[in-house]
Ligand binder design. Structure first.
Ligand code: MG
Ligand code: MG
Ligand code: MG
Length: 315
């Protein structure tokens, strides 16, 4: 064992996804930790919060351990997965050392002192990138991890319906399904996505925070949350609840809070907005009817169809 490996053994690299973790963040942390450990660099998956309902279903289905919640990475070596924006990373990330990045989002301003290992590709899911990493390393993906990686691709691409989906996501999903022994991806995916409709016991604040991402847009704090349901009309009776939670959250120094109520079947998004300047949001997204709510046909991807326009408007 070399000196590097001895150091590593005493202090495993932490692999962590974004705040308010989704299935892609949790599973890519698990898979990358497994791969790095197999490559002789001991690593463990952690998470910045508990699993959501869908991720719970996935971890249970494939009998994978839930990554422990750890919000501090000071003094530790870190691999970021599924994000590179500081507001989405652990708050004390700059007190740790980022040694790797595996992602499928825009680069979010990450700066490092030393060269790092970077795997970033414009595909629909971080786990599609992770599948590439396994292939490049010539290491077999275990059945349980393969199944969860398939689930992450289903989750991020909305069962291949999101415009972010690439052929590589489809190919990776087919390969992973083969390893995991999932014969019918469509049926399995629909069952998985149905877990998102179990919203009865959740408060407006729970729903808002479930998949909230906070960005620094040219000095403005902007929150964009998204709820992706097979049937978005389930959320219609909750709009007042949700707007109240958005107004409350906005008090925490936000310029704007957007909530995308995305209907996977109808392929569109009902957008709720609370902002200091609704005009800038309307201009950015080409909203025709002013007000606190608008239907955006064809818009289902936060990363591809909403964030870039917002960033431009705040420039
Ligand atoms: Mg994610
Ligand atoms: Mg992702
Ligand atoms: Mg998502």
């Amino acid at each position: 064992m070399g000196w590097g490996a001895i150091c590593a053994a005493a202090d495993p690299v932490l692999v962590v996804g974004h705040k308010n973790p989704d299935t892609d963040s949790m599973v890519s942390a698990i898979a990358v930790a497994h791969l790095k450990t197999r490559q002789g660099i001991p690593a463990v998956a952690i998470a910045q919060g508990p699993p959501n309902l869908e991720t719970r279903f996935v971890l249970d289905r494939f009998k994978l351990a839930t990554p422990p919640v750890l919000r501090s990475v000071a003094g530790r070596r870190v691999i970021l997965v599924d994000h590179s924006d500081y507001p989405l990373a652990p708050d004390d990330l700059t007190k740790g050392e980022v040694v790797g990045l595996v992602d499928h989002h825009k680069l979010g301003g990450l700066a490092t002192d030393k060269p790092i290992e970077v795997w970033v590709f414009p595909v629909g899911c971080t786990n599609t990138v992770v599948a590439r990493m396994y292939a490049a390393a010539g290491i077999a993906i275990p059945n349980d991890i393969a199944g969860a990686m398939l689930s992450a691709i289903i989750s991020d691409t909305l069962l291949f319906k999101s415009p972010t989906t690439t052929q590589e996501d489809r190919d990776a999903a087919a390969r992973l399904a083969g390893i995991a022994g999932i014969a019918d991806i469509e049926a399995f995916g629909l069952k998985q996505l149905a877990t998102r409709s179990e919203i009865a016991g959740m408060s407006g604040a729970d729903l808002l925070h479930a998949d909230l991402k906070t960005f620094d847009m040219h000095g403005h704090k902007v929150g964009v949350a998204q709820l992706e349901l097979m049937d978005g009309s389930l959320l219609a009776p909750r709009k007042d609840d949700l707007l109240a939670a958005m107004r409350k959250l906005k008090g925490e120094g936000y310029h704007s809070i957007l909530l995308m109520l995305t209907d996977i079947t109808r392929q569109g998004t009902d957008l709720l907005v609370v902002s200091d300047d609704v005009g800038i949001i309307e201009t950015a997204l080409g909203l025709k009817s002013p007000g606190s709510s608008a239907w955006l046909p064809g818009v289902v991807s936060r990363k591809q169809q909403v964030i870039p326009s917002l960033e431009k408007a705040f420039e």
